[in-house]
Write a protein that binds this ligand. Structure first.
Ligand code: ATP
Ligand code: MG
Length: 659
């Protein structure tokens, strides 16, 4: 990327900064001295973060980087992740504190204290052991977002059996390929799950996956959730509620070495075939707990924390299970969609449980914007004191809406950049310290070394853009791609030798703050100018009619590439669009809007109004599929697409539209 990047929208956004509220400055968990401490001695900094965990055998060595790019952190120490997440809180006298509030779509909820969680995971660990699961065996977990999903992960961790959680919305085929790749010995699933008021089957997908392959699986543990009839394979399938009755609540955690694998998790597949990312125990847990405490300002006996991510994604691993629980959080987990039974469901939950720390995604926020601010206005959101965002860059206008409508202009927003591979948050403001800028993730956390490099691998100057890299190892870094060391080296370590290449484009503003520009594959070259799809999208979302936008570069005879925009309008804009002269005229007006905001070079060649955008099951826009449409190609791999009919609808809609 070059210095020709258009920066109109960012320049405007950069003018907007929000200083930390006074009460945060005074009482925040993160102190400014953290930056100094990490700066002074990075390894000593990580050592003291790791010492906040409970170790069975203390470690003596912090980092071994001699086998780079595979790191070994705290390698001679032993510990157990489930013990850290649960038992130690019970032992320190907090067993009566609520750990999990499982909220269901129908408005009912179940609450578990830390003592109860300890009993449940001990029982499940005993059941898994009876099923033949041994330390080191992989276990696939295919469950809805219910407390049992958390128990299953921690039960695996308790016996040192790496889990591989597969999102409950994936097909039998996606499940089978993940089980086969990890060679799982057992599967934990449920009869079904509830979604939009309906009981949907889950176990049949496991049956189909195992009928089609996955010979490594010996046993299937089944949670009864919906009570619907399911097929049963005698000798293989075991009901959890029956086994649980017989199981003891006594279970000695298996103390594993710090580098023992804790889990395998497949990436979202936004850019291609999912990768089985491997994380280990000591380093990952250090990073998870430190970042969770500092970024979310957790005050364990006061806060109610809610991260809306499913445990099928890394956010659900680090910021539902391992980070919050290691830090003794009280948290909400929710099985259901944001719009069932009504579009105010999430805000109703915030009000009901007095949620104070809320972590969600730009796609969820833009969806709430599309539905209109009168919906959250019906609820008392006064308990909220901090908001977080992850998954994609948050457009400045969506940030402003989040700040104003959800945060009541009083909550700091942490825009957290990280990946499945990084294990935890890498770039984010710290509440109480950083003055925030809408749309920018801003600064690496203390202990993290990030840089933006040009093609030649040199750091760019402030005001310029390039490739985001991490220049020093960090405890939560992936240890590899399961079964594919070559892909590990190629994907992350070959572009800039010795440095971790994230695959994302980024820009440093005049203050040196980092703005994520999207995947490097998504950066366009229009008449020799490098333009980020993200910037044009943000300009579009800044228009009062627009709820969501996805921009792709399509090849163009004269300009090399040209921007093509797919736009969803907000509900309630029909009259305004009609007054402007209809959809054609509205599309024209949006093209002009981008020209005014960024410049003539950025004006999209086409603006197409659509009702939906193709998204991964984790809610990210899959621009590569839209690029296929814009370039009239056959649409690529859609395995991780949330709704397989979306691409058909978009293509059908297109054949009737002109530029
Ligand atoms: P795959 O690697 O299979 O294509 P994926 O990259 O979507 O899938 P994840 O690990 O879930 O899988 O997502 C990480 C990516 O999400 C980052 O590389 C980045 O592109 C994007 N991302 C996450 N948080 C932010 C953020 N706060 N700002 C900008 N981008 C973000
Ligand atoms: Mg990725």
């Amino acid at each position: 990327m070059s210095d020709q990047t258009a920066t109109g929208t960012d320049q405007q956004a950069e003018g907007r900064t929000f200083s930390p509220p006074t009460d945060f400055v005074q009482n925040a968990v993160a102190r400014p001295s953290l930056y100094e401490e990490a700066e002074r001695d990075r390894l000593a900094f990580w050592r003291s973060r790791a010492m906040l965990l409970s170790w069975k055998t203390p470690f003596t060595e912090t980092l071994d980087w001699s086998q780079a790019p595979v790191a070994r952190w705290f390698a001679d120490g032993t510990l157990n992740a489930a013990y850290n997440a649960v038992d130690r809180h019970v032992e320190s006298g907090h067993g009566g504190q609520t750990a999990l509030i499982g909220e269901y779509e129908d408005g009912t909820s179940t609450t578990y204290t830390y003592t109860q969680v300890k009993d449940e995971i001990s029982r499940m660990a005993n059941v898994l052991a009876d099923m033949g699961v041994r330390t080191g065996d992989r276990v696939a977990i295919y469950l809805p977002m219910i407390p049992e999903a958390v128990f299953a992960m921690l039960a695996c961790a308790r016996i040192g059996a790496p889990h591989s959680v597969v999102f409950g919305g994936f097909s039998a085929d996606a499940l089978r390929s993940r089980i086969e790749d990890a060679e799982a010995r057992a599967v934990i699933t449920a009869d079904g799950q509830f979604r939009r008021g309906k009981a949907l089957p889950l176990k049949p997908a496991v049956d189909a996956a195992l009928a089609a392959g996955a010979p490594s699986v010996e046993k299937v543990l089944v949670v009864r959730r919906t009570g619907e009839d399911v097929d049963w394979t005698e000798g293989r399938d075991i009901w959890w509620h029956e086994a649980r009755e017989q199981a003891s609540t006594e279970h000695e955690p298996v103390w594993v070495e710090a580098e023992h694998p804790l889990f395998i998790l497949y990436t979202s597949g936004t850019t291609g075939k999912p990768k089985g990312i491997v994380h280990t125990t000591g380093g990952y847990l250090t990073q998870a707990s430190y970042t969770h405490r500092a970024v979310f300002d957790l005050k364990p006996s006061h806060d109610v924390y809610w991260c809306t991510a499913d445990v099928g994604w890394v956010t659900g691993h680090t910021y539902v299970v391992y980070g919050p629980m290691t830090n003794r959080a009280t948290q909400v987990i929710y099985e259901g969609t944001p719009d069932s039974p009504h579009q105010g469901r999430w805000w109703e939950i915030v009000q009901k449980h007095q949620v104070s720390l809320f972590y969600s995604s730009p796609t969820a926020i833009r969806t709430a914007m599309k539905w209109g601010e009168q919906i959250p206005a019906e609820y008392d959101l006064g308990s909220l004191r901090l908001l977080g965002s992850v998954g994609e860059a948050i457009n400045p206008e969506a940030w402003m809406w989040y700040h104003r409508v959800i945060g009541g202009e009083r909550c700091p927003i942490v825009d957290t950049w990280w990946q499945t591979e990084t294990g935890g948050i890498m770039i984010s403001p710290l509440p109480g310290i950083t003055s925030t800028k809408p749309g920018s993730a801003q600064v690496p956390l203390p202990g993290i070394s990030a840089e933006v490099l040009d093609e030649a691998g040199e750091p760019v100057a402030d005001g310029e853009s390039g490739y985001l890299v991490l220049t020093e190892p960090w405890p939560g870094m992936l240890r590899g791609i399961w079964g594919d060391p070559e892909r590990f080296e190629d994907t992350y370590w070959s572009r800039f030798p010795g440095r971790y290449f994230a695959g994302d484009g980024a820009r440093k503003d005049e203050d040196g703050d980092i703005w994520l520009l999207g995947r490097v594959d998504d950066v366009m070259n229009i008449s020799g100018h490098r333009l980020s799809t993200m910037e044009i999208e943000s300009a579009l979302v800044g228009h009062e009619w627009v709820a969501e936008a996805a921009v792709v570069g399509a090849s163009d005879e004269t300009t090399g590439q040209a921007a093509v925009a797919f736009v969803i309008l907000r509900s309630g804009t029909e009259d305004a669009v009609a007054a402007a002269g209809g959809e054609e005229a509205a599309a024209q007006a949006l093209r002009e809007h981008v020209k005014t905001e960024i410049g003539p070079i950025a004006r999209p060649k086409k603006v197409l109004l659509v009702n939906e955008l193709p998204k991964t099951r984790s809610g990210k826009i899959m621009r590569r599929l839209l690029r296929d449409v814009a370039e009239d190609r056959e649409v690529g791999d859609t395995q991780t697409l949330a709704d397989s009919s979306v691409m058909d609808k978009i293509q059908r809609g297109l054949s009737g539209t002109s530029s």
